[in-house]
Design a protein around this ligand. Structure first.
Ligand SMILES: Cc1cc2nc3c(=O)[nH]c(=O)nc-3n(C[C@H](O)[C@H](O)[C@H](O)COP(=O)(O)O)c2cc1C
Length: 198
């Protein structure tokens, strides 16, 4: 396959003009759109294709109220105003699905099943990556994102993941943002400050 750089307008939508949202319009987000975002996001790479991320879409007023009750006051207001807020978590026992997800090496399951520390690091690393893929997938399909980590993870885990091995990582509202609620753009590190080529 030949790859060419994406058009400038697409890069603007994904990166240069995309902003973290604080307020939302009442444009709804349909289940069809939520599924389309996941269908793209799931294609991003993870180690041994382990795919540890698990997503809970809080779309009902009850689910958003429950989630908001474990968030900081400012984040609670943002959650209640958003059409949907997704909890991005990761399953610490993601390796149970490796025989199905990594069929050319089903024994890769044992790399993780024998070490809780390696399993946890791998779940967090790849689950976080999948959260990032999710945000770019959402932006690709025309949605805005409002990521947040200001909430009590233990309480969210108890309320949404009781009896499972899933742990919450961060949450992200999706929908159509209200541009009047966006903060001024903060600077980013220059290449010289963040990178080196050896
Ligand atoms: C993992 C993560 C956690 C964040 N947590 C919060 C939060 O708890 N509350 C909030 O208002 N913004 C939160 N933000 C938003 C960041 O402050 C924002 O993405 C950053 O300042 C860049 O803004 P920009 O995308 O508009 O340039 C979070 C962003 C990320 C990626």
């Amino acid at each position: 396959m030949t790859h060419t750089p994406l058009p400038d307008a697409t890069l603007d939508q994904l990166f240069r003009e995309a902003r973290s949202q604080n307020g939302w319009t009442d444009t709804p987000v349909s289940e069809t759109l939520i599924r389309a975002v996941y269908d793209l996001a799931r294609m991003g790479p993870t180690s041994a294709n382990c795919s540890p991320a698990r997503f809970v879409f809080c779309a009902s007023p009850e689910a958003k109220e429950k989630l908001g009750s474990f968030a900081s006051e400012a984040n609670r207001t943002k959650i209640l105003a958003a059409p949907v807020t997704v909890i991005i978590g990761h399953d610490l026992k993601f390796y149970e699905r490796i025989p199905e997800l990594f069929p050319h090496n089903p024994g890769a399951k044992d790399w993780f099943s024998g070490s809780a520390a390696l399993a946890e690091t791998t779940a967090f690393r790849n689950g976080t990556l999948q959260g990032a893929y999710f945000m770019l997938a959402a932006r690709s399909l025309g949605l805005d994102c409002g990521p947040m980590s200001g909430f009590n993870n233990a309480k969210v885990d108890e309320a949404f993941f009781a009896g499972t091995t899933i742990k919450s990582n961060f949450i992200c509202s999706i929908g159509t943002g209200d541009p009047s609620k966006v903060f001024g753009r903060s600077p980013r590190l220059a290449f010289e400050d963040a990178c080196r080529i050896e």
